[in-house]
Design a protein around this ligand. Structure first.
Ligand code: ATP
Ligand code: MG
Length: 214
């Protein structure tokens, strides 16, 4: 059995065409069925639907052989036990620093002010601000980061931005890039050895499909 861990939403949707290129077609859509284990046209290939942040954990422990996870999630997870052969170039966005419209971020940084930063991405944020020599107090959040500056929880947030629509809707502006983000194929290292004959063709087809899109 080959098990592939995916999260619902954009990662699932953008992985379906890659799976199709490898001849793998899900039996149903996760939103429609609410099932957490989804069969495919191959009796020995199944998809499991987990939270985006849990994908590396399932693959790390071998509960899934393959997974698709955002670089943001992999940086926070640390990547132990994972082989990351491929940037799938899907679910592209940017990790950015954002503040409430009118907050003088550059000024605060120049003055050496200590900033309160709310984020789900504490590891990436810690590294980013340390690299700039900016002192920060990090506040860990699990969602709706955009709210934090509006109610005085934080001066700034570090969050994923694609169109900027969510920032704009909440009177926030992006002030700094932290890094580009896209989703990666991750592989359990032991599975790659034990099931190489099944996994390698999938990895190779994904790689060829990504390359052909460039
Ligand atoms: P939830 O939204 O259910 O709380 P989540 O935020 O962990 O869960 P998603 O929002 O589906 O999950 O994000 C999953 C992955 O997709 C992220 O880890 C990131 O790599 C990528 N992603 C997140 N936001 C965007 C975006 N706005 N544009 C493109 N890719 C994104
Ligand atoms: Mg989200």
């Amino acid at each position: 059995m080959i098990t592939i861990a995916l999260s619902k939403g954009r990662i699932f949707e953008e992985t379906v065409p890659l799976l199709a290129a490898a001849g793998i077609v899900p039996a149903e859509a996760p939103e429609a069925s609410r099932k957490l284990i989804i069969g495919t046209n191959h009796p020995d290939v199944r998809l499991i639907i987990v939270r985006a942040t849990d994908v590396p954990t399932y693959v790390q422990y071998g509960a899934a052989d393959l997974g698709v996870a955002g670089k943001d999630v992999l940086l926070e997870h640390g990547g132990a036990g994972l082989y990351v052969p491929l940037d799938l170039e899907i679910a592209r966005c940017k990790l950015m620093v954002a503040v409430q419209n009118g907050f003088d971020y550059e000024g605060a940084v120049k003055q050496g002010a200590r900033l309160r930063v709310a984020t789900k991405y504490t590891e990436c944020a810690r590294e980013h601000f340390a690299g700039k020599g900016v002192h920060v107090d990090l506040i860990k959040l699990y969602g709706s980061m955009e709210l934090a500056p509006l109610v005085g929880l934080a001066d700034a947030i570090v969050d994923l931005v694609s169109t900027g629509g969510t920032l704009k809707a909440n009177n926030l502006v992006a002030v700094e890039d932290v890094r580009d983000i896209s989703s990666r194929l991750i592989v359990n290292q032991a599975a790659l050895k034990l099931k190489q004959d099944r996994l390698q063709p999938i990895i190779d087809t994904f790689a060829a499909t990504v390359a052909a899109r460039r």
